[in-house]
Design a protein. Structure first.
Length: 231
């Protein structure tokens, strides 16, 4: 359920915040977690990207820090610094961060959520074993594994940020529906940050887009004024 929402345009980047109720080589592949069998996961997808720049982005940071949103959606074309801005923000936060960089192979709900669950395990080993067990049960719904994950996160006792980078690469309707389901079930100590080049077909994002389309500044328009930059 959407409680409230707001938007701001930052340096050509459309950033929307929704308040909802609801080791490390880039060349290596490693064995991922599995309750019943070995699954090979791309290690580079489970680590936050290296910081390429130390340029301060205070407006982005303030917008991300505003309130306590369960979901933050950062949408902008390639090259606008989405990943860098969020990576820098995460580095400043005193919270645990589970980062997944998505690609076209993640258009499968079980694969996508295995990455998310494994990313959470990387920040607190053993926390999400029940979710992995549920994921490997033949015939079990993906929702049951997501429920186990969210229950485990709720019992973490610390704030957790789950980042899904390159979300635009996921187009499968079943995957997107599972993400919506997960967002609705986020516990109070967790938030999701989604990075994408295009608007995702997520149910939670639809009221946001329709409510703020008139205030949104797209790539190709004039640069926002300093006042328009402010969150």
């Amino acid at each position: 359920m959407i409680v409230s929402c707001k938007s701001s345009t930052l340096c050509g980047m459309s950033l929307f915040v929704v308040m909802a109720a609801a080791r490390s080589s880039s060349q290596q592949r490693n064995t991922g977690l599995s309750a019943g069998h070995e699954v090979v996961l791309a290690e580079a997808k489970l680590a936050p990207p290296r910081m390429r720049s130390q340029i301060e982005r205070p407006r982005v940071t303030r917008a991300l820090d505003a309130g306590a949103p369960a979901l933050t959606l950062v949408a902008a074309p390639a090259g606008y610094g989405k990943t860098t801005a969020v990576r820098a923000w995460c580095a400043r936060r005193k919270v645990l961060v589970a980062w997944v960089t998505l690609d076209a192979s993640d258009n499968d709900p079980a694969r996508l959520w295995r990455y998310v669950i494994t990313a959470v395990d990387r920040v607190h080993q053993g926390l999400v074993w029940a979710a992995l067990v549920r994921l490997d049960v033949p015939g079990a719904s993906i929702e049951s594994a997501i429920d186990e994950l969210m229950n485990s996160v709720a019992g973490l006792g610390q704030d957790l940020v789950i980042v899904l980078d390159d979300l635009h690469r996921v187009t499968d309707s079943g995957c997107l529906a599972s993400i919506d389901y997960g967002l609705e079930g986020l516990p109070s100590n967790a938030r999701a940050v989604l990075l994408t080049r295009v608007d995702p077909a997520l149910r939670l994002a639809r009221p946001l887009r329709s409510s703020h389309r008139g205030h949104r500044r797209r790539h190709g328009g004039r640069r926002p004024t300093p006042e328009q930059h402010k969150p």
